[in-house]
Write a protein that binds this ligand. Structure first.
Ligand code: PHE
Length: 350
């Protein structure tokens, strides 16, 4: 290999070894820079005789062009590589699944509540609400459960700060306090009619909501849901309660093959009082009486606390466990599943 070929060869090698544009420019200086090898050769031509200068000059030029070509090629290669790196860094992996907006859904207890509201709505019941932090008066005393009444111990009550005349506020242990709250508002609205001895529009209301008791196992949660029902008028009897509740429960479970029975019981705010049991004629729960609700004829003292004359007004009330109804409807056997917030459980109801 002659001297020029070997210079070209060395140049190619050192250009190819350059990994950054700066490396490459340094390498270039060694051949084409002021003191580069090609530049030196060009300078040395001056000392040659004319004939030789021509020949030699042409050969050096060929070498110089070859080196310049190698330089350009390497420059382009490095620029291409750099672009590649940049593209890769900015690349979108379109094979990755996108971020989906998962459609949420209603909690099974909310689904039941909506169902209950719709069914009772179709029977002319309004929906009312009341506070979860309740005064002793509404939760107990107005419901014919005075302070020393043994029935208070049926409810393991969470007491909270605040309250009036020595009676602490509490987390309501049932939705029944809203019987009083709602009736008082209703009576206020129709006071003039009532005082004039005319018929007051009936009270027909349901109250779904959260309740609290110190209790926790597979079928009891310290927070649970009830729906209260109240129907008060001049001529409302236990027969009406039975018809309304049977219609409701058959609509709720979407079957006519479902019977109810009233089992004598005790609540201070109703007299007589009864537990309502239901029995399915088909399905996995077939043939077993299942307790779903307390109920009864509203006690005269409660009618009085509503601001009405118990000689004239009469009615019934019930209080059903929404969680329990939901468990029965969907075949869930552990109440705690409703409150764990496990998406695998909850998504089955969508
Ligand atoms: N409040 C009662 C309970 O929580 C249920 C009930 C409501 C009973 C209305 C009678 C009338 O157990």
């Amino acid at each position: 290999m002659n001297q020029l070929d070997s210079i070209v060869d060395t140049a190619r090698t050192s250009f190819n070894e350059a990994v950054t544009p700066a490396d490459l420019e340094n390498a270039k200086a060694g051949f084409l820079g002021k003191a580069g090898r090609i530049t030196e050769l060009m300078k040395s031509l001056a000392r040659l005789p004319v004939d030789e200068k021509k020949l030699r000059g042409a050969a050096v030029n060929v070498a110089k062009q070859a080196i310049e070509a190698a330089l350009t090629a390497r420059r382009e290669a490095l620029a291409g590589a750099e672009l590649q790196v940049q593209l890769q860094a900015e690349a979108l992996d379109i094979s990755l699944p996108g971020r989906r907006r998962v459609a949420g859904g209603l909690h099974p207890v909310s689904l039941s509540t909506e169902r209950i509201e719709a069914i009772f709505g179709s029977m002319g019941f309004e929906v009312a609400q009341g506070p979860e932090i309740e005064a002793d008066w509404f939760n107990f005393t107005a419901l014919n459960t005075p302070e020393d009444h043994p029935a208070r111990s049926m409810h393991d009550t969470f007491y909270v700060e605040g309250g009036t005349s020595g009676a602490p506020n509490l987390l309501r242990t049932h939705t029944s306090p809203v019987q009083i709250r709602h009736a008082v508002q209703h009576v206020k609205k129709y006071r003039n009619l009532i005082d004039a001895g005319q018929a007051m529009p009936e009270i027909r209301v349901i109250v779904p909501g959260r309740c609290y008791r110190v209790d926790s196992d597979a079928t009891h949660s310290p927070m649970f849901h009830q729906v209260e029902g109240l129907w008060v008028g001049e001529n409302i009897s236990f027969k009406d309660l039975k018809v309304v509740y049977l219609d409701f429960i058959q609509a709720f479970f979407e079957t006519k093959d479902l019977d109810i029975r009233f089992r004598p019981s005790f609540f201070p705010f109703t007299e007589p009082s009864a537990e309502i049991d239901i029995m399915f004629g088909t399905g996995p729960l077939k043939g077993r009486w299942l307790e779903v609700s307390g109920s009864g004829q509203v006690h005269p003292n409660v009618i009085r606390n509503m601001g009405l004359d118990p000689e004239r007004y009469i009615g019934f009330a019930f209080g059903s466990g929404i969680d329990r109804l939901t468990m029965l409807r969907y075949g869930v056997d552990d109440l705690r599943l409703f409150f764990d917030g496990d998406i695998r459980f909850l998504s089955q109801f969508q």
